[in-house]
Write a protein of this length. Structure first.
Length: 261
């Protein structure tokens, strides 16, 4: 056995020293098996080659099926596109045009009703805040009252103020008369909803017309000194129950409506 090993050692030494062609020839004439360690790489290489061949075979067998599947999907897509060509695709959830138009009308009506309610509420608030009775001349000086005066009876009150000071309707009402009047020069008569009539005299200019509705605090004339007057002032009277009614004291009449003279 030692002789055998010595022979193999000499052979390997000669293979390392000799030229490449000689080593190759020597290896071909070698009869002894190579050590186990030298054969292991060859075995691994052979296994890898065998696995690659098997995988290639399987790929070749499955390729036609995959290609066929891809072709069938493309053909199905082309068929769908050809079928839907020129057809508008609409959402699944929808309503008719008539239903949409009806809905628009309902919304418009709802908004109009809401606007009306808001306008009515605003008007009601403004009406509640508006005064229901006012002093006919703002900031005037009380110069003469209701009763006997200079041997006659004075049926109203006098409120002095500078010329052309605004004169206001004492309450809401409708203008009955507006123009020239005996003793007053110019006068305005207003009928109120309780049937009373208020009279305004001696103004310099009238700003309203018969039949006109006026609100409490609305300007009806400019204060003056016309007619039987001793200076710029407003002569104010109240006829209870109408033009032919009793001429009552304006001071308590105004006080009953929250107006102090």
């Amino acid at each position: 056995m030692d002789a055998k090993l010595g022979q193999e050692a000499r052979t390997e030494l000669l293979g390392a020293v000799a030229p490449r062609t000689t080593r190759s020839a020597t290896r071909r004439t070698r009869t002894a098996p190579a050590p186990h360690v030298r054969r292991r790489p060859a075995l691994l290489l052979g296994a890898l080659l065998a696995g690659g061949v098997a995988a290639s075979a399987l790929s070749l067998q499955s390729a036609p099926a995959a290609s066929a599947d891809a072709t069938s999907v493309l053909e199905a897509q082309d068929a769908l596109l050809a079928t839907d060509e020129g057809v508008e695709m609409l959402p699944q959830a929808s309503i008719t045009v008539a239903e949409a138009e009806l809905r628009l009308k309902e919304v418009a009506a709802s908004r109009a009703a809401r606007d009306e309610r808001e306008a009515a509420a605003a008007a009601a608030a403004a009406e509640a805040a508006r005064p229901k009775a006012v002093l006919p001349v703002d900031g005037a000086r009380f110069t003469s009252g209701y009763g006997s005066r200079w041997g006659t009876f004075h049926y109203g009150i006098d409120l002095a103020a500078p010329m052309r000071t605004p004169e206001y309707a004492a309450m809401d009402g409708v203008v009955l008369r507006a123009g020239s009047a005996s003793g007053f020069g110019l006068a305005v008569y207003i009928l109120h909803d309780n049937g009373d009539v208020t009279v305004y005299g001696h103004m310099d200019k009238i700003l309203v017309e018969p039949g006109q509705f006026v609100e409490a605090g609305e300007t009806i004339a400019l204060l003056g000194n016309r007619g039987q007057s001793t200076g710029p002032h407003l002569h104010f009277e109240v006829h209870q129950g109408g033009l032919g009614g009793k001429k009552i004291n304006p001071v308590p009449w105004l006080a009953a409506r929250g107006v102090e003279v």
